[in-house]
Write a protein that binds this ligand. Structure first.
Ligand code: BV8
Length: 254
């Protein structure tokens, strides 16, 4: 992609007073974490993630579901943030240094934005790194990576299976996450959507909401998504390459 492609979105980013970034599994792809709808690797190749990420699956087979999530917990812990995560952490610092506001909303459960230096991401779908009792909702601490849980399903002190702190399909997103999201979206003048297939709601609807509010939008993705027709600029490519170039163009003078 030539520099001209970056000129307008970079100017919009530098001039923005209130920036919201929405990320999906694509931003972690270059850290080695398979995206949600990629074919699952190895042991899990014969399972559909959408079928495993539900309360019904957990109730039906807590051993299988907790094994899958512990496999993902250890996989995420073994990965490092990539240049895309680091670029978003720098974007936050640059926007705030110019007196603007910045909010990062992520659908990812891998914790990589925090490890890259983003100060307070809104984890819309929770985290696979923390677990809780499925009965009392009290935290249950997993063994430190790379240690797996000793037993599956892990049993909480209350005697019930422990579950990961993720939002399953059919479960409501955390109230605070939704409140922070809508407050940020209402006032934002620039929304970046990075590495998401834009098919999971309510996050997928954020782009439509912001386009309706008059915000300009930048989509960073190797391919079109159902939201692409709503965006102002589509930067086609991998986020670990696109985001550093966008930041360099927007804040090169700083
Ligand atoms: C709810 C946690 C209500 C678990 C996840 C309205 C319309 C239609 C359906 C619904 C609706 N409202 C609700 C629904 C149902 C459902 C839904 O949206 N279903 C979809 C499938 C149609 N939504 C829900 O159930 C939500 N709950 O609304 O509750 C409610 C209210 C009150 C009371 C009770 C209930 C809950 C949704 C959350 C589900 N949990 N994750 C886990 O991780 O195991 S969602 C899951 O999908 C992941 O979090 C993932 O992040 C998310 C979205 O996927 P993406 O992140 O976009 O990842 P994907 O693989 O799909 O795409 C990757 C993209 O990256 C691709 O575009 C690819 O091209 C790109 N890419 C690849 N490489 C790169 C790249 N981009 C950049 N760089 C690269 N290198």
């Amino acid at each position: 992609m030539d520099d001209q492609t970056f000129a307008q979105p970079a100017t919009a980013l530098r001039d923005a007073r209130s920036v919201v970034v929405l990320t999906g599994a694509g931003v972690s792809a270059e850290s080695g974490i398979p995206t949600f709808r990629d074919t699952m690797e190895g042991l899990w190749a014969s399972f559909d993630p959408q079928q495993l990420a539900t309360p019904e699956a957990f109730a039906r087979d807590p051993e299988l579901v907790t094994r899958w999530y512990d496999h993902r917990r250890l996989g995420c812990a073994a990965c490092e943030p990539n240049a895309g995560h680091l670029a978003l952490a720098r974007m936050e610092r640059e926007i705030c240094a110019l007196g603007g506001s910045f909010t990062l909303l992520t659908q990812n459960v891998d914790g990589l934005h925090t490890r890259a230096g983003s100060t307070d991401p809104v984890e819309l779908h929770g985290s696979v790194m923390t677990w809780r009792c499925s009965q009392t909702n009290r935290p249950v601490t997993p063994p430190p990576p790379p240690e797996p849980w000793p037993d599956f399903p892990p049993i909480s002190p209350a005697g019930a299976p422990a579950r990961p702190d993720v939002v399953w399909f059919g479960e409501a997103l955390p109230e605070t996450a939704l409140e922070r999201s809508f407050a940020a979206l209402e006032s934002c003048d620039l929304l970046l959507s990075v590495g998401t297939s834009s098919v999971v709601y309510p996050a997928a609807g954020f782009i439509e909401l912001d386009a309706a509010n008059g915000a300009r939008t930048i989509e960073v993705n190797p391919q079109d998504t159902p939201m692409s027709s709503n965006v102002t600029w589509a930067l086609r490519g991998k986020s670990a390459q696109i985001l550093p170039r966008l930041i360099a163009e927007a804040f090169r003078a700083q």
